[in-house]
Ligand binder design. Structure first.
Ligand code: DAH
Length: 356
């Protein structure tokens, strides 16, 4: 190319000069480019359809025919060089951007994770599951009854007519004069018997929430749980009741637990009894929990009253039955040594977690 130079025309020489200057300035400019966007603008300015280098190529036509290839080659060489430089610059910019984001978004996968605290089952849930297991093991099924109940089911069908003094024992939440929040699971006896429609034998328990208008203290809470049980068949005897209660007490509180029954009164059983277990805290020696008697009352029980059997659809001349009702909170407190019923409803996880 050099030996040709001397013979080139003045316009060709000046075009070559322009190309040379363009190369200089383009390469200097390229050094200062610091973003992909600027790089794209650079490419358009030099190599685009209306770019500086394209403009030079357009002027090739002004040159004599034989000089066009020489200048054209020079221009194309510059185009190729700029394309390569742009590619290099582009790669460098991408590398820098990656390095910056790696620096910024550093993640140490060996750091310990954020611990995820698992919840625990409520002590009442745990105790209830155990109680259900025990009774299911003795052939009882589980019957769920309703919490919003008619006054008739909660009282009348259980041999507690309006004005009966037994109503005073249970401070009742009335929804309206005919509808109550059940004060006991005993109405489940009637609903269960009616559901089983006279089949024999019938044995089921009714676990669930009950409501009483009592202020909360160490042993009272307006919402608590009962487990009701009933068995009906030909020739069911009081002795069968004693066996079931004894079996339950031994399985729930431990094999050396003793039980005793004391005469009592409930309108829906006759005869009625109160069941006591040997004190779970002092094992019968005498302590403040059993008030130094060695015994704890844990359930009401008895032989199902004929009126109740009839209201459940069974003939009291044909069948007999026993029933019992106990408080889940009280049973759980005595088993776990908890001295305040309100702790169950305190939502204090330091307390609740201990029993998992
Ligand atoms: N329903 C009674 C109460 O809430 C407990 C009870 C006593 C249930 C004797 C029974 C029973 O089934 O036979 O105090």
């Amino acid at each position: 190319m050099d030996e040709n130079k001397g013979s080139l025309s003045a316009p060709a020489m000046s075009l070559l000069g322009e190309i040379g200057k363009m190369e200089q300035s383009a390469l200097t400019e390229l050094e200062t480019i610091s973003s992909e966007q600027e790089l794209e603008q650079f490419r358009t300015r030099y190599l685009g359809r209306k770019g500086l280098l394209t403009a030079v190529l357009r002027r090739l036509g002004e040159l004599p025919q034989e000089e066009r290839p020489v200048v054209g080659q020079r221009a194309n060489a510059l185009r190729q060089k700029l394309e390569e430089e742009i590619t290099h610059r582009d790669e460098a910019l991408r590398r820098e951007a990656l390095a910056r984001s790696l620096e910024r978004e550093q993640l140490d996968v060996t750091l310990p994770g954020i611990p995820f605290r698992r919840g625990t089952l409520h002590p009442l849930t745990l105790a209830l599951r155990q109680i259900l297991d025990i009774f299911v093991g003795m052939g009882f099924s589980v019957f769920e009854s309703r919490e919003v109940e008619t006054d008739e089911m909660n009282f009348v069908f259980l041999n507690v007519p309006p004005g009966h003094p037994a109503r005073d024992m249970q401070a009742t939440f009335y929804v309206n004069p005919e509808v109550v929040l059940r004060t006991q699971t005993s109405p489940g006896q009637i609903r269960g018997m009616r559901t089983y429609e006279g089949r024999l034998p019938v044995r089921f328990i009714v676990p669930g929430r009950v409501y009483r208008r009592d202020p909360a203290d160490v042993s009272h809470h307006p919402v608590f749980h009962q487990i009701e049980g009933i068995a009906v068949d030909r020739d069911i005897s009081f002795r069968n009741l004693v066996w079931v209660l004894e079996e339950f007490a031994r399985k729930f509180f431990g094999p050396d637990t003793r039980i005793r029954l004391r005469p009592s009164y409930f309108p829906f059983t006759e005869p009625s009894a109160e069941m006591e277990v040997s004190c779970t805290i002092c094992r019968g020696k005498g302590c403040s929990v059993c008030k130094y008697s060695g015994w704890l009352e844990v359930a009401g029980a008895g032989m199902v009253h004929p009126v109740v059997l009839r209201n459940g659809g069974y003939d009291p001349d044909e069948v007999t039955g026993f029933a019992f009702g106990m408080g889940l909170e009280r049973l759980t407190m005595l088993k776990l040594g908890i001295d305040d019923i309100r702790l169950f409803y305190s939502c204090d996880t330091r307390f609740l977690r201990q029993f998992a």
